[in-house]
Structure formats: structure tokens, C-alpha cells
Ligand binder design. Sequence first.
Ligand SMILES: [Zn+2]
Length: 128
Amino acid sequence: MEEIYQLFCNKCGWKRVSDHSDAHDLFEIKTVDVPKGIPHIDPVNGSMCIPKSLKRKKKYRCPNCGFAVSFHKIENPQEEVKQNMNLQRRIQKRIENDEKERLKQLERDQKKRDRPNGGEASTDRRTL
Ligand SMILES: [Zn+2]
């Protein structure tokens, strides 16, 4: 399965979805290597052991606000997309409902406005 990574800014909401955890066009924030421990002599074979430095996630500056952002892997892109679509659909539905409600309200207002001066039935009778 294709791996999907996402950069997301917690500050301004900017986001980018990519299939690799690298962004050459963004400004990378250099992080200092932090060793896992101090170098020591291996008691078994007497050789020097230099601990590998901790693997740090690359950090980038958000192009929008400059906040530090880093890639996080989306484990299940399909699920993520589905959830996003669900959300979109729910928002769309809410907008449609609001619109329907608004139209109903307009209709009600229209009827209310018609009633007081609407002696239309009697006017009709007079003209007949
Ligand atoms: Zn941002």
C-alpha cells in the first residue's frame, strides 16, 4: 500500500499531503543531534561504543505562519479520505437543511404578510 504522509500546522491549519516524508521546497528547521547516551567501552570486546543519535523527525516551517510542522504518517489513507468525505457530506447536508429552513421561514413570513391586507377572496367576489 502506498504510504501517505501529512504535514499539518496546528497553528493556522495549513496542511499538505504527500507520498514521501520530505519537503524540499519548504524551509527545514535544523535540529541538533541528540545522542542516546555517552560513548563507552564495550565490556565484552573492549571496543568503543558510540551510541547512535536519536532519529529525529524533520521539521519544517509552515509556509503560512512559520510555525514548526513535521510529517506524520497516515496509517490508513482510505479511512482518512472516507472520514473527510463523510465530514464534507455532513457539512453539505447541514447547509442544505439550513437553506430549506430558511426558505420555509421565508414562505411563512410571506403568508403572514399576505394575510392582513389579503381580502383577496372578497375582492374576487366583488369583481365577479
Ligand atoms: Zn501555520
